[in-house]
Design a protein. Structure first.
Length: 90
C-alpha cells in the first residue's frame, strides 16, 4: 500500500511540474490560449452535432426502408416532420 501512495505522490508531483513548465513556456498569453481552446471546442461540438444529424437521417431512412414501407405505413421525413411517399424514401 505504501508503494501505491508513493506512486500517486510521484505522479501528482510530475503532473504539477509539467503543468508549470508548460504554463511558463507557452508562446501565447492566457487569453489567447483560452480563445484558441474555445474555438477548437466549439468546432469539435459543431462537427459532432453535424455527424449526429447525418447519422440520424441515415437511421430514419433505414427504418423507413426496412419497417414502414414494407408494412404499408406512410414513410416520414424526419428532417422536417412531414410524410412522404415510399418511392422518394429509397
Amino acid at each position: 500500500m505504501k508503494d501505491f501512495f508513493s506512486f500517486l505522490g510521484g505522479a501528482a508531483l510530475g503532473a504539477a511540474i509539467g503543468a508549470g513548465v508548460i504554463i511558463f513556456s507557452a508562446p501565447k498569453t492566457g487569453s489567447e490560449t483560452r480563445q484558441t481552446l474555445s474555438e477548437r471546442w466549439n468546432s469539435a461540438l459543431d462537427l459532432g452535432r453535424r455527424a449526429a444529424r447525418q447519422r440520424e437521417q441515415e437511421l430514419w431512412a433505414d427504418f423507413n426502408t426496412r419497417v414502414r414501407a414494407p408494412a404499408g405505413l406512410p414513410v416520414s421525413d424526419h428532417t422536417n416532420g412531414r410524410l412522404i411517399d415510399e418511392q422518394t424514401a429509397v
